[in-house]
Design a protein around this ligand. Structure first.
Ligand SMILES: Nc1ncnc2c1ncn2[C@@H]1O[C@H](COP(=O)(O)OP(=O)(O)OP(=O)(O)O)[C@@H](O)[C@H]1O
Length: 748
């Protein structure tokens, strides 16, 4: 492989340019040869002199090229280049004929004249004074842009980001960044506090700068939200800020005051302690609480013959509802908001189906949605009606990645048109999504929230389902009975035992729940390989690419997902001559690999093609937890194609590979809301905060047909005994209580 080199030359021709992202292909003439260069170059023009750093690469069609990583461009000096530059159209209003006349008159001095004495330009035939000034302005702007890009690169900012930054701030860039580089962390997606801090340190900005401390505090609150919290106790926040920023306490206090004045954060006293929110999360909780209150104010009449109708349903389905189910059905019809919660096999789906039946018999419109594609698909199958993801229900609009707003077409001004909305797998809904959802639900719509409160909370911030239940302000029906059919499943029975802290019987081999004792990480790894490669595919009639899923409590360690994926990739999809590969950061992707999308991307386009390669459906949006297979890695287009379930094919630019992970093994956290025919769980040791009951409960309840646990029984029992939950800082419960109490007091 050739290494980095520096080239210098004149841009002879711009062959292609994408004005949005700055991608450019051009011909550069150097002393000894002409070379095609590709890379990100903003606003360069023919005739400019360029000094670029990069490497020579070989393109399958175009041959040897120079791939530019960073560059500086200079205003041309010699007559030929000046003419070339001015003729290229780089300066609007000057074409080849005028360019010739300018150069004829001023020669090498042309640029100095344009810049310093634009009025003199008017001496050239065909240039009015007005035009001369316009030319001077454009020239000035281009010079500023060039200077800005060089300025940003000097602080180690890559070209791609330099261009993003310039496009955002334009001629104010140097002022803004020079004054407060931390602004970049606020405004530019992809630049976080750490990068901004590095830039600031290179600029010699004082470690004690208030901008730095404020940005650091916002970063810590942002990181907390990634861990599921909507706030941090103020003392915690201060400790973390002191530790990370290494600045005195008073500076942090001052920054907190400034942030509060600017309404970026808010501190509140709650139950004898002061807590601090990023203002956005505070408002999200308030809005959600308010909307739940508004919806709950509606009471609906039960149809007079409701008991008869329930009886008909019972006769048709050959079951008798238990008291809680009957209560849930009636309350679901009567109330503005209701939560139906229960573990696996307790009859949630059966209950929802009856609610839908009864509502539809009254001529009412019912909509169904769930937080993930997989959960929505299951809901569709279980109810026989179309369920959608919440994102699709709210009609995701094309989202500019620079602008996080306006994600959904449905909101308060364009609400969902239905009489009842049923949300399944509600434990996965975070505060951000709940807020977006409730914005689109108008009072007068019944909201029926269904979920298992004992599952792990949502990946995103908040503890929405539990908080709503624990507020005690909204009607909640807990289903507890495990029905006969479900009782036959050891998976379901063991899940309930685990949830109530009871030790499970690991000796029973004749069921759908298996335990294989292995005492070392190495032997567990070996077992994982044989299980997924041969034993389970034969036994369960499905493959690790489609049906068998390994779920690990953690990412790190020999039995963490990172290592398991490496090992299983080598076993299940070993290297082959005709299989292309791509290394991205530390991960090697290979054609044939099983992968998972790890964030919601509303813009990513997908297509479904038929056997003749005609597109039969297309759309946008690939979501966290979607699993697929890599079908192509193209070294020349720098793209990787994944086929997801439902045959949706998605093309990833290499730069977006951070959205994909290998998925032979995924963390239990990531498996929430998904179900797989066969779940294999390695359990040996791990950080004690991960060896907890509801993690095991969530893992086991992901399996439809078989669970196989490989490891140590002592670890399994340790998890069952450990009913600690990972703490989530959230105050939605309090906000709901507050609003109901306040409104009741004022007699609304
Ligand atoms: N009242 C009842 N009498 C008899 N069987 C019932 C009753 N209610 C539900 N069942 C049966 O119990 C089983 C589990 O019910 P259902 O699928 O509704 O539960 P669930 O809570 O949705 O389960 P999961 O969360 O695992 O999907 C089903 O086979 C269903 O037919």
């Amino acid at each position: 492989m050739e290494t980095q080199q520096v080239i210098e030359g004149i841009i002879e021709e711009i062959i292609y340019r994408n004005e949005n992202n700055g991608y450019c292909v051009c011909e550069i003439s150097m002393e000894e040869e002409d070379i095609t260069c590709v890379g990100t170059m903003l606003g360069v023009s023919e005739g400019e002199q360029i000094r670029a750093v990069g490497e020579y690469v070989s393109h399958h069609t175009y041959g040897r090229q120079f791939q530019i990583e960073s560059y500086q461009s200079f205003i041309p000096q010699d007559r030929h280049s000046v003419l070339r530059y001015l003729s290229s159209g780089a300066i609007k209003g000057i074409g080849p004929a005028l360019a010739k006349r300018i150069v004829k008159k001023f020669g090498d001095d042309s640029f100095r004249i344009i810049e310093e004495e634009p009025e003199t330009l008017a001496l050239v035939k065909g240039i009015s004074e007005k035009k001369a000034n316009e030319v001077a302005n454009i020239f000035y702007e281009q010079r500023e842009m060039r200077k800005t890009i060089i300025f940003l690169q000097e602080y180690g900012i890559s070209l791609t980001y330099a261009i993003k930054i310039y496009n955002r701030y334009k001629e104010r860039t140097m002022d803004i960044v020079g004054n407060n580089p931390y602004k970049l962390a606020e405004d530019i997606i992809g630049i976080g506090f750490k990068t901004a801090d590095e830039i600031a340190m290179k600029m010699g900005i004082d470690k004690d700068s208030v901008h730095r401390v404020k940005a650091g505090i916002m970063f810590i609150l942002g990181r907390a939200s990634l861990n599921g919290h909507t706030y941090l106790p103020k003392n915690d926040l201060i400790d973390k800020a002191e530790e990370m920023l290494l600045v005195p306490y008073e500076l942090i206090e001052n920054a907190l005051i400034e942030l509060q004045i600017n309404k970026q954060i808010i501190s509140k006293e709650v139950e004898d302690r002061v807590i601090t929110y990023n203002m956005m999360f505070y408002h999200l909780e308030l809005n959600v609480a308010r909307k739940i209150y508004d919806l709950a104010q509606f009471d609906y009449d039960l149809p007079g013959n409701v008991d008869n109708e329930i009886k008909v349903i019972e006769e048709n389905s050959d079951i008798v509802f238990d008291d809680y189910q009957r209560q849930a059905i009636k309350e679901g019809i009567k109330n503005g908001v209701i939560v139906v919660t229960g573990g696996p096999g307790t009859g949630k789906t059966t209950t929802i189906n009856s609610i839908i039946d009864l509502l539809e018999r009254q001529g009412l419109d019912v909509m169904l949605a769930a937080p993930t594609g997989r959960a929505a698909k299951r809901m569709t199958e279980a109810t026989g009606r179309q369920a959608q993801t919440i994102h699709r229900l709210l009609e995701i609009s094309f989202m500019n990645s620079e602008d996080n707003n306006n994600k959904f077409e449905k909101h308060e001004d364009n609400p969902l048109e239905c009489d009842a909305l049923i949300i399944d797998e509600a434990s996965m809904v975070d505060i951000v999504l709940m807020n977006s959802l409730l914005k689109a639900v108008i009072p007068g719509t019944r909201l029926i929230i269904v979920g298992d409160k004992d599952q792990l909370p949502s990946v995103g911030p908040g503890n929405v389902l539990k908080d709503i239940i624990e507020s005690n302000k909204v009607k909640v029906v807990k289903l507890e009975k495990i029905f006969r059919q479900a009782r036959e499943s050891a998976i379901i029975m063991n899940a309930h035992k685990i949830n109530s802290g009871e030790h499970i019987d690991l000796a029973n081999k004749k069921s759908d729940f298996f335990y294989i004792k292995r005492a070392t990480a190495g032997s567990i790894l070996d077992e994982m390989k044989t299980l997924t490669k041969t034993r389970l595919p034969k036994f369960a009639n499905c493959s690790p690419f489609d049906g068998i899923q390994i779920l690990s409590p953690m990412r790190k360690g020999l039995l963490g997902t990172i290592n398991l994926n490496k090992e299983l990739q080598a076993t299940l999809n070993p290297p082959k001559k005709d299989k292309n590969e791509k290394v991205f950061r530390d991960v090697l992707f290979r054609e044939g690999d099983k992968v998972m999308q790890i964030k919601n991307n509303y813009n990513l386009a997908w297509q479904i093609k038929n056997e003749y390669n005609f597109t039969i459906d297309e759309g946008v949006g690939v979501f966290n937890g979607d699993i697929g297979t890599i079908i192509e890695i193209n070294q020349y287009t720098n793209k990787l194609k994944v086929k997801f379930e439902d045959d949706k094919v998605v093309e990833y630019e290499y730069a977006n590979l951070e959205e994909l992970e290998l998925a032979y093994a995924v963390t239990i956290h990531k498996s929430q809301g998904s179900e797989y025919p066969v779940v294999v769980i390695p359990l040996l040791t791990g950080p004690s905060m991960l060896l907890i009951r509801n993690l095991l409960y969530t893992a086991v309840t992901r399996a439809k047909k078989y669970v196989v646990i490989v490891g140590l029984d002592t670890t399994i029992y340790q998890m069952i005994d450990n009913d600690k939950e990972i703490e989530r800082y959230s105050t939605l419960r309090l906000r709901i209580q507050e609003i109901f109490d306040t409104m009741n007091e004022v007699g609304v």
